[in-house]
Design a protein around this ligand. Structure first.
Ligand code: FES
Ligand SMILES: [Fe+2]
Length: 438
């Protein structure tokens, strides 16, 4: 039996981890461990629906971005008919990487090794010396790029490398209700404001995913400066208001911060709130109009945050939305992608202001981002140290919270927002994948 750094056979250690979650225990070591990382690549990222791109990143025929599922580099491209394809960025001849840019526009990709040529939809259309060299033995239609199954929701394109995976709709399992807060601000939905900020950090992806699935606990401490300087139309105490909502059995979770007396839809452009009132359901309007901050993770590693922000103390400011992907590249090492999403129908001025607020707060140089990254990198380092081998963390906050019967949204919804309920759900789903139950 293999021995893990957790000190037990890996399969029994994973079962034990799974059993501990309903009791509010989860081991530190999970957040920085090479064996856990390797198993995640196969059993989690090899089976889940993983975020690839927002449709607005590839608006025109030929537009492409390159992204990852686990360690597989993919070309996500819009073909001449407007359809989006995700193909493995690997030439079928000898495996050379085909496309070396992170984004661009191309109808074809030509391999730099022996010159095979593929359409952006993945078909092989050009082979040097086809007749003379292969003498009729190579049929181009058999050697197209390897394809990944894709599906979309409200502009988000996901891919899975598991042919048996359920539909994206089933995978989301009702979380769409909450995603609409970020993705359906106005009738035409959201779009990215420029390319993502993209950097590598010494942080385990799971720490970031957990934080964004609704860690209202850290906000008044880690981001204290924001309260001190009056950047929030709120005080730290108001974070004990609001709800923690999660989708049981799916892993998705969102924290909905609520400030009593905060005007409905404050910070949104007025013309859009009128549209939102028409395009959203009555239940969504009830929840969203009262929500000041919303921070959520779509399992496993795509997160969102929306909040009003102003550099003028006391002013509500504009709402910005950040969408972020935590792509694991090693134990305790993550490639971060951070986008600013804006309502497509908003004025250019509103989009600019929202982007400014986003850049000051999040993205690579954002003040909040710095607060978080510094803490997360230290957590990662601790989690990889030898004394921590068998140490559990407490996930016992809100163990007895019962669902709020008044809340109109789906899932398991408890009060207040500061609660470990979403994290127990997140890690329980993670352990379903890790123990091979999915
Ligand atoms: S590896 Fe691409 S053509 Fe040979
Ligand atoms: Fe934070």
């Amino acid at each position: 039996m293999t021995t893990t750094p957790i000190g037990k056979g890996v399969e029994s250690a994973l079962e034990e981890i799974r059993d501990g979650i309903p009791q509010g225990r989860f081991p530190a070591r999970v957040f920085n461990d090479s064996e856990i990382f390797a198993i995640e690549q196969e059993r989690l990222f090899g089976k889940a629906w993983c975020f690839l791109a927002h449709e607005s990143e590839v608006p025109n025929a030929g537009d492409y971005v390159t992204r990852y599922i686990a360690n597989n580099n993919l070309i996500v491209a819009r073909d001449e008919h407007g359809e989006i394809h995700a193909s493995l960025n690997m030439c079928r001849h000898r495996g050379n990487m085909l496309c070396k840019s992170e984004m661009g526009n191309a109808s074809h990709f030509r391999c730099s090794y022996h010159g095979w040529v593929y359409k952006n939809s993945g078909e092989l259309i050009g082979v040097p010396y086809l007749k003379e060299g292969y003498e009729g033995r190579l049929r181009r239609r058999d050697w197209g790029l390897l394809k990944v199954r894709t599906e979309s929701y409200a502009g988000l394109v996901f891919g899975t490398i598991d042919p048996e995976a359920p539909s994206l709709d089933e995978y989301l399992g009702g979380f769409q209700f909450y995603l609409d807060l970020y993705l359906k601000q106005g009738r035409s939905g959201s779009e990215v404001h420029g390319p993502p900020d993209h950097w590598v950090t010494e942080t385990d992806w799971k720490i970031a995913a957990e934080n964004f699935s609704g860690d209202g606990y850290h906000t008044p401490v880690a981001h204290q400066f924001g309260f001190n300087l009056g950047y929030f139309a709120s005080s730290g105490a108001t974070h004990s208001q609001g709800w923690a909502a999660s989708i049981p059995g799916r892993g998705h979770g969102i924290g909905l911060g609520h400030t009593p007396g905060f005007p409905p839809f404050a910070g949104f452009p007025e013309e859009l709130t009128a549209e939102m009132r028409q395009s959203l359901t009555a239940e969504q309007i009830e929840v969203f109009s009262r929500t000041r901050t919303a921070v959520g993770t779509l399992f496993p590693n795509l997160s969102f945050l929306m909040q009003p922000f102003s550099v003028v103390p006391g002013e509500t400011g504009v709402r910005f939305v950040t969408m972020r992907l935590y792509h694991p590249i090693g134990p305790g090492r993550t490639e971060m992608y951070s986008w600013c999403l804006v309502p497509r129908d908003a004025s250019e001025e509103y989009k600019r202001e929202a982007y400014r607020a986003y850049t000051l707060a999040f993205a690579q140089a954002g003040t909040f981002e710095q607060d978080d990254l510094e803490n997360w990198a230290r957590v990662t380092r601790s989690a990889g140290s030898t004394m921590v081998r068998d140490v559990d963390f407490p996930y016992i906050m809100g163990m007895d919270s019962s669902p709020d019967p008044e809340f109109p949204g789906p899932g398991h919804v408890v009060k207040p927002y500061v609660n470990d309920s979403n994290f127990r759900n997140l890690w329980s789903r993670w352990s379903d994948y890790m123990t091979g139950r999915v």
